[in-house]
Each structure stands twice: as structure tokens, then as C-alpha cells.
Design a binder for this molecule. Structure first.
Ligand SMILES: NC(=O)C1=CN([C@@H]2O[C@H](COP(=O)(O)OP(=O)(O)OC[C@H]3O[C@@H](n4cnc5c(N)ncnc54)[C@H](O)[C@@H]3O)[C@@H](O)[C@H]2O)C=CC1
Ligand SMILES: CC(=O)C(=O)O
Length: 313
């Protein structure tokens, strides 16, 4: 395992609620040597630098936080893009595309040319659509441009199942796949608890699958209605993805990546390492899940096609 935590650099572009939570999680996990904060609101960004730097002085953190420019960000090992508008209560992630496609374009243009092996990690929503456009605009190899996708939804799902089964979430393998949004679905046919198929580990009648999937899907809206933004869950997801990349861990993660068969980016599990997507995993989905995956991709392609007509991309 490469020991690169002292030398590697991560840029966070957009240091609002999500960006700051990601930086905090990265500091506590000691993933990299330096974190560069980039934001158009310079005074706000400098305040975040001071505040988050305080967290590095606790214990023996080896992470240094500082302000950075777009050009410097493009030379980092990982660039996390959280810049963009967030949902208002009742708004879908896909409805953000008109506001966030322009921001994505200006952010990527400002960072070009990228360091050759930079990994771009999209977090701003709609994350699958923006990941698809970021692959085109950046010119980087598709394996190096990924989105956080349904990793967060899968963690939410595992949390619910852990409570039902009274088993640690880390012993549960269960994925939410497709769009990080309204057309997502749970791949129940491949879910296991401690390697035991979920049908056997949590017998029928223990819980209502449809209800649980709906509860996972509506978590973000519940949080947004209550406090205006979600941040800590996605912050920990960003730290985990960055750690998999920089330490070349080859973990299997459900993240948004290019799907040739679907002509867009969406989430299926991949092996994640220093080159980004190391490889895909063939997934034995059942017929209903395969249909849901196709429908999810269709919804995403419609938004991508609409955005192409209404923007310069
Ligand atoms: N993928 C996921 O699972 C999640 C995605 N999100 C998404 O993350 C995005 C950010 O959410 P929040 O942090 O809550 O919003 P926020 O409004 O708190 O922060 C956004 C920041 O981006 C900055 N920004 C805007 N344009 C910029 C540009 N051109 N260059 C640099 N910085 C720029 C703003 O100044 C602001 O500080 C939203 O699109 C939200 O929907 C949020 C939670 C989870
Ligand atoms: C906001 C969002 O995408 C989430 O928390 O899932």
C-alpha cells in the first residue's frame, strides 16, 4: 500500500456546507498532506481555512489546510467538486442542472490543464449528470472522472438494515444503484448479511422492502426540510472515496462512473484505486432490477440531452 499521506494533495472546490464537512472528515481520517480550499466567495473561504485549520491542531494531524486557486486545484491528486446550488425543500436533484452546469463549466475551464493523473470527484448535484459532462469538458480519461453517486444512499440503506438485523452495518453488503436521485433502486437480489442472502438473514415479514427503499430515497429531503442541507454523510463518503484512491485500496464501492451500455454515468459497484475506476464488477441483477437500471439511465439521458440543448455543452 503506498504511504502517500504526507505528500498527496486534495482540492475542494466549493467550501459551503458539503465542502467543509468533507474537509473536516478528511482531516480526522488523515488521508492527505494538504487540502486546498477554493471558492468564489474569498472572505468566506478564508474563514473556512481558519476554522478548519483549528481542527488540524488537535492531536498530531499531518494535514495542512490552505486557500487555493483553480490553477493550483488542477494540479492536485484529487479535485472534489462541491460548488453549486443545492435543493430547496420539494425540489429534485435533477432540477438543479440549469444552475449547476454553468458553474461546472467555469470551474473545469479554470483548472485546465489538469495534472495527468488527477482524479475528479463530482459531488454537486445532479451528480450523475454533472459527472457525465465533467468527463467531456475535462478531457481526462473517463476512469479518472467519477461521482459520489449512490454510495451515500447505500450507506443509508445499510444503516436501516443494520437496525433491523441487529448486525453491524460493516457486515452488510447491500447496494442502492442507478441515479443518485428519484429513479434509484435497491438491488435486493444481491443483498447479503454476513454473506447470507437477505431473504434468509431477514425473513419475509421482518420488514417492508418498498417502505425501506422509500425511506432511504427520502432521507435527503427530510434533512433538507429540517435544516436546509445535508453535509455530514456526504462528507464521510468523500473522505472514504479519497482514501480508497490515494491508498490504492481496491475497495468495491457503488459510485457514479461511465456506463458505455447506458451512454451516461450512473452508479454500479466498481473497484476503486489510484487510477480511479480500476474495473467494473459484473452484477447478476434480476430482470426487474435490470429494467429499473435501464429506466434510471433513460431518465438521466433525457436530462443530459435537455442540458445539451440549453447550454453550450
Ligand atoms: N452527491 C451527494 O450525495 C450530495 C450532493 N450535494 C450537493 O452539493 C452541492 C453543494 O451543497 P452545499 O455545500 O450544501 O451548498 P452551499 O451553498 O453551502 O455551498 C456551495 C459553495 O459553492 C461555492 N461556489 C459556487 N460557485 C462556485 C464556483 N464557480 N467556484 C467555486 N465555488 C463556487 C459557493 O460560494 C458556496 O460556498 C449541491 O449541489 C448539493 O445538492 C449535497 C449533499 C449530498
Ligand atoms: C442532497 C443529497 O444529494 C443527499 O443528501 O443525498
Amino acid at each position: 500500500m503506498p504511504t502517500n499521506k504526507l505528500t498527496s494533495r486534495i482540492a475542494i472546490v466549493g467550501v459551503g456546507d458539503v465542502g467543509a464537512a468533507a474537509v473536516f472528515a478528511l482531516i480526522l481520517s488523515s488521508v492527505c498532506g494538504q487540502i486546498l480550499l477554493v471558492d468564489t466567495k474569498e472572505a468566506f473561504r478564508d474563514g473556512q481555512v481558519l476554522d478548519l485549520s483549528d481542527a488540524t491542531h488537535r492531536g498530531n494531524s499531518s494535514t495542512h489546510v490552505r486557500a487555493g486557486t483553480y490553477q493550483e486545484a488542477g494540479q492536485c491528486d484529487i479535485v472534489v467538486i462541491t460548488a453549486g446550488a443545492k435543493q430547496k425543500p420539494g425540489e429534485s436533484r435533477l432540477q438543479l442542472i440549469g444552475r449547476n452546469i454553468g458553474i461546472l463549466g467555469s470551474v473545469i475551464s479554470g483548472m485546465k490543464p489538469f495534472k495527468q493523473d488527477t482524479i475528479l470527484l463530482l459531488v454537486a448535484n445532479p451528480v450523475d449528470v454533472l459527472t457525465t459532462f465533467a468527463q467531456e469538458i475535462s478531457g481526462l480519461p473517463k476512469a479518472q472522472v467519477i461521482g459520489s453517486g449512490t454510495f451515500l444512499d447505500s450507506i443509508r440503506l445499510r444503516g436501516h438494515l443494520a437496525e433491523k438485523a441487529e448486525v453491524a452495518a460493516s457486515s452488510i453488503d447491500a447496494y442502492v444503484l442507478g441515479e443518485h436521485g428519484d429513479s434509484q433502486f435497491v438491488a435486493w437480489s444481491i443483498a447479503t448479511i454476513g454473506g447470507v442472502p437477505i431473504d434468509k438473514a431477514l425473513p419475509a415479514g421482518t420488514f417492508d422492502r418498498r417502505e425501506l427503499a422509500e425511506s432511504v430515497k427520502s432521507t435527503a429531503q427530510k434533512i433538507i426540510e429540517a435544516k436546509g442541507a445535508t453535509s455530514y454523510g456526504i462528507g464521510s463518503v468523500v473522505a472514504s472515496i479519497c482514501s480508497s484512491i490515494l491508498f490504492d485500496k481496491h475497495n468495491v464501492r457503488p459510485i457514479s462512473h461511465w456506463q458505455q451500455d447506458h451512454d451516461c454515468c450512473l452508479s454500479l459497484p466498481v473497484v476503486l484505486g489510484r487510477k480511479g475506476v480500476v474495473r467494473n464488477l459484473p452484477l447478476p441483477l434480476d430482470d426487474e432490477e435490470t429494467k429499473l437500471l435501464h429506466e434510471s439511465a433513460k431518465d438521466l439521458r433525457e436530462v443530459i440531452d435537455g442540458a445539451r440543448k440549453n447550454s453550450e455543452y
